[in-house]
Design a protein around this ligand. Sequence first.
Ligand code: NDP
Length: 472
Amino acid sequence: MNYHMTINGQSVAGKETFDVINPADKTVLAAAPKASIAQLNEAVDAAKAAFPAWAALSYAERRDKLMQLADAVEAAGAELMQSLTKEQGKPMKGFADMGSGFEFGGTLAWIRATAGYDLPPKVIQDNDAARIEVHRKPLGVVGSITPWNYPLLITVWHVIPALLTGNTVVVKPSEMTPLTVLRFGEIAKDILPPGVLNVVSGDGEIGAAISSHADIQKVVFTGSTPTGKAIMNCAADNLKRLTLELGGNDAAIVLADADVNAIAPKIFATAFINNGQTCAALKRLYVHEAVHDQLCQALTDIATSTKTGNGMDDDTDFGPLQNEKQWNIVKSLAEDAKARGANFLCGGEVTDDSGYYFPITLVNHIKDGARLVDEEQFGPILPIVKFGDVEEAVKLANASPNGLGGSVWSSNIEQAKAIASRLECGSAWVNHHAVVQPDAPFGGVKASGFGVEFGEAGLKEFTSIQTVHIYA
Ligand code: NDP
């Protein structure tokens, strides 16, 4: 299949191409167009030209277009899900049905739910003295830089609120997984006016050019903290607005009174969701000594009943890591943990290197200070740290520079809630983790970034306030 960028309502080839690798077998899956800086500029020009007419439409008119887009994406479901599995590695179905079907279902749900919002003007004074209205206005051209873990879903998280509020968009998908987003752009070009949504794929220079572009008013980025910082530097020149959803190293604290049999499946599913390649996955598990051994056993029982393999196979629970760099990070964290004398309850060794496979791995007898605890693993390996004093566990949970999510697990909801409220993170869960939904704001604190996505708060991030004072 040939893949094209979408610029000003046209399918456009790159001046060059770059290879997209299938992580399940390391073969070249496709050649993706590599945008030149001139092509990026064309996309930004088109988005700028399309902005006044798109911004002038009502919410209802833009909603109508976005609902049509959802229908068209739904009609292309079989192709898009296969594409996700082939380039990202996630299984079609996967453990607890959390594979490509899950990402695709979330994509449709998020488009439709987000398109339903409205930001009408607020009247804050209306009397003989004056009428004062607060309006939410679109910003202009938004640049969206999306990652390789949920290529389609995160694109929709960026693009739909930007479009609904009247902005036009230039999307740059990850160079690791551009194909599904390129197809999304081609589907959208038959529905949206030319220039409203542009997709440019590239490798090495397009991201930085977006974040320093004088005609882009806002960048929304999901990815690593170092790249988030680089974007912030580039954005200073024209005072771009930013939403930065960066890495996490989410802690979960399991209290002594937790019901181990009830929580083990949820802990397992949210630690290994998307093979651990999820920003808000459960990444550090602190377990009270009273339930430590029992929980380790319950998690090991689940882990050893799962299968890692090619995502196109029906019985695969977990696919490969998405890329070689991430595979090497996970292997080096496992090696470091081994060298420190940690205990591997399961996994830990690569047994199949025909793709970027790493088995589901549980590690205990490990402490803060080990790389596996201190760093974001973004892969299928979970450190389990035993504690005796809950105050110490809270201190360790908050010692991370990251602050995306955190959770507390207990049969005493009030006590768990009180501890969860002390975690330094943007989302805190009681007896769950990593659950997101279109109406609940989601974002990080500390090195996990700033700004929120989803719901009305997420929509407002794509607008500026204009206060209108009216005197008779
Ligand atoms: P990065 O987070 O570094 O992001 C790469 C993307 O950013 C590319 O599209 C690249 O574009 C763009 N980019 C690079 N430099 C700049 C810049 N100065 N300004 C604007 N954009 C820029 O991706 P990695 O794949 O390297 O991931 C590294 C780590 O990030 C992972 O190990 C994981 O820990 C974390 N991660 C977190 C995710 C999350 O959901 N929060 C998702 C994915 C990864 P170009 O190719 O044009 O340079």
